[in-house]
Design a protein around this ligand. Structure first.
Ligand code: DOR
Length: 444
């Protein structure tokens, strides 16, 4: 009988921590990688996976997702979202606080952890959301990967744009602060200017590059004032990237989404409000500057900002349509396709999508294939190209901005904690992930 506690992945092309590849075997026992080598011995009861012709990578850690539970389950829930993760090779995620209720208290965080233990097929971690009035919770809530501040693009208590309030939050404590950097006052003023315009393309003009740059400058200023660990979420503009290139302190990190690298304002003409997100898509010139910044290490890693909305909601028409697009099922093949086209290497993709986020958030024992590390892994096929098909998606929203894109690097097998959660089109819904642990980290 096969024993899922002992797993042997045979004859795959293994990405090693030094960026080299080894064609060999990985032996897994009780959720950990036991050994990596050639011709490893399997006992009779080992579950054996044949990796011949496939490439083995550390599982993806997606450090920015919106999984909508509790309160917005008509868009997504922790079961559908983590099935999508399993299919996309995402073995851990960090989730944002804009659920209902928002995750601004220990009780709300505990509720998410309870739900996750029951429902999540992959490993999970959560941000605590900042309001103008929850400083005590921001200092003590556990386990949280960091504090999330919506400087713009949020409603209600989660919108914290005023400098005095931000200053108080930056001044206290030392845990990581992750910012959605958009200047809400500027957005509000421009909304009035563009009132009545229903072309979704004006979204990128209303929430323009200056709105993003203003907020990023303010976050950097406060981070420098207090030497406070800062992470800039979904960097979208070349001007922000160039600012970071000039002035990025060692304790600041930044991320970019696949959609800000690969889509631009021309997408509005093709997919309308499905291309609407915050911060918005920019011009093609911005795609190029963001790519270069990622290649040069000015941008540290990749997140999807998976933010599903129903087609009905998206169909309301601009400006009533909500911002956001799903991403966890397509991010790895999108980036690996770029690697196969020569834009970067497979090792870089893996660093940006696994080791990078693990290091920035102090996620221990994840993001590498080496003895003693957690067995969160993905076997991908870098030889076959297949299109993104809506009928194959697991996300509840049922659409993708990348529908029809012909991609390679699709996951064939995904492993979470040594258990096969996805294999050749089939999801094992019995597998459960674990709560992530975050090592206290002031400076990266
Ligand atoms: O477009 C977005 N939608 N950006 C965000 O940061 C949040 C999000 C959402 O929750 O829908």
């Amino acid at each position: 009988m096969s024993n899922q506690n002992q797993l042997l992945i045979r004859s795959s092309r293994i990405l090693l921590p030094n960026d080299e590849f080894l064609v060999g075997d990985v032996l897994i026992s009780s959720g950990k990688i036991l050994s990596v080598g050639t011709e490893l011995e399997a006992a009779e009861d080992h579950y054996i996976l044949d990796g011949t012709g496939l490439t083995l990578l550390p599982g993806v850690i997606d450090p920015q997702v919106h999984f909508r539970e509790p309160g917005l389950e008509h868009k997504e829930d922790l079961s559908t979202a983590t099935r999508a993760c399993a299919k996309g090779g995402v073995t851990s995620f960090l989730e944002m606080p804009n659920t209902r209720p928002s995750t601004t208290t220990q009780a709300a965080l505990d509720d998410k952890l309870r739900r996750s233990a029951q429902k999540c097929l992959v490993n999970y971690g959560f941000f605590i959301g900042a309001t103008a009035n929850n400083l005590a919770e921001l200092l003590t809530a556990q386990p949280a990967c960091g504090i999330k501040i919506f400087m713009g693009s949020a409603r209600g208590e989660l919108l914290v744009g005023e400098e005095g309030v931000l200053d108080r939050i930056f001044a206290q404590g030392d845990r990581l602060i992750a910012v959605h950097a958009e200047d809400q006052a500027r957005i509000n003023a421009r909304r009035r200017e563009f009132a009545g315009n229903t072309d979704p393309a004006v979204h990128s003009e209303i929430q323009d590059e200056e709105a993003a740059l203003n907020a990023t400058k303010l976050a950097l200023k406060l981070s420098q004032k207090y030497r406070r660990r800062l992470h800039i979420l979904h960097l979208s503009t070349g001007v922000e990237a160039e600012l970071l290139r000039q002035t990025k302190p060692s304790w600041v990190t930044a991320e970019v989404t696949p959609q800000h690298l690969l889509l631009n304002t021309s997408a509005y003409g093709q997919i309308g409000t499905l291309a609407q997100m915050n911060p918005p898509l920019r011009s093609p010139a911005n795609n190029d500057i963001l790519w270069q910044a990622l290649l040069d290490g000015v941008i540290d890693f990749i997140a999807t900002d998976h933010a599903p909305h129903t087609l009905e909601e998206k169909g309301k028409g601009y400006p009533h349509s909500p911002s956001g697009m799903p991403g966890v099922e397509t991010s790895l093949p999108l980036m690996l396709t770029q690697a196969m086209e020569g834009r970067c290497t497979v090792g870089q993709v893996s660093r940006w999508m696994s080791a990078g986020p693990a290091q920035a958030y102090g996620i221990v024992n994840k993001g590498a294939i080496a003895p003693g590390w957690d067995a969160d892994l993905v076997l991908v096929d870098l030889d076959t190209y297949r299109p993104v098909l809506l009928q194959e998606l697991e996300t509840k929203c049922g659409w993708s901005p990348f529908e029809g894109w012909n991609l390679t690097g699709w996951p064939v097998v995904t492993i979470v904690g040594g258990k096969v959660v996805y294999e050749k089109g089939k999801i094992n819904k019995e597998v459960r992930g674990n709560a992530l642990n975050f090592k206290a980290l002031n400076h990266v």
